[in-house]
Design a protein around this ligand. Structure first.
Ligand code: ITT
Length: 199
């Protein structure tokens, strides 16, 4: 069976990371938008899992291909878990990553290191002819005082990986793809695909 899956995402940063995470499992990942225009799937759910499932189900309904949806976010303890589910829309629909980072840093101005704890959460939904499954990955860290590094995407320049005291943007893609929330969720998904779907 061909080891190919389709990811319902418009985020190029995510797509590239997932391609790299799946490569060692010999699974190829393509954006669903390469084979059909399913439009933007509205994130109307009340949890990461609901939103991830909305995306994967939309992809499977349109193409019949093995489809993956992913919803992720950054939860900041000092902000009671915000922006969380709303990480992509934080600061408004048209805010750039730089705008979002500035807004977060402003909200955390003067907050000491021990209160700057945060986590990235990633939830993947898999939908295929045999059913549906959910996988979750979490990565704990804390927020920098200013952006550092130019790798990654989104909030990576301010997310510090604790043991290294460097941001994901400074640590580079190989490191991030080994330890990130996305790596943790998608490695479980890849193992499931190999075990249960591709035989
Ligand atoms: P799709 O819905 O099309 O997949 P999106 O960017 O809208 O793309 P989400 O709704 O899952 O994706 O939003 C997650 C946001 O959280 C994303 O836009 C980033 O701002 C942030 N985020 C998630 N994972 C991240 C990571 O690994 N590094 C940095 N920021 C991340």
């Amino acid at each position: 069976m061909r080891r190919e899956v389709y990811l319902v995402t418009q985020n190029k940063g995510k797509l590239q990371e997932i391609k790299n995470i799946f490569a060692p499992f010999s699974i190829s990942v393509k954006s669903i938008y390469e084979i059909c225009d399913i439009g933007k799937v509205e994130e109307k759910g009340e949890s990461y899992a609901e939103n991830a499932l909305l995306k994967a189900k939309a992809g499977f309904a349109k193409t019949g291909e093995i489809s993956l949806g992913e919803d992720s976010g950054l939860e900041v303890d000092y902000l009671h878990g915000a922006p969380g589910l709303y990480s992509a829309r934080f600061g408004g629909e048209n805010a750039s990553s730089e705008d979002k980072i500035s807004l977060l840093l402003q909200l955390l101005q003067g907050v000491p290191r021990e209160k700057r704890t945060a986590r990235f959460v990633c939830v993947v939904a898999l939908v295929w002819s045999g059913g549906e499954e959910i996988f979750t990955g979490v990565c704990e860290g804390y927020l920098a005082e200013e952006p550092r590094g130019d790798g990654g995407f989104g909030y990576d320049p301010i997310f510090i990986f604790p043991g290294e005291d460097k941001t994901f943007a400074q640590l580079g893609s190989e490191f991030k793809n080994r330890y990130s929330h996305r790596s943790r969720a998608f490695c479980q998904c890849a193992e499931f695909l190999v075990r249960e779907v591709f035989h």
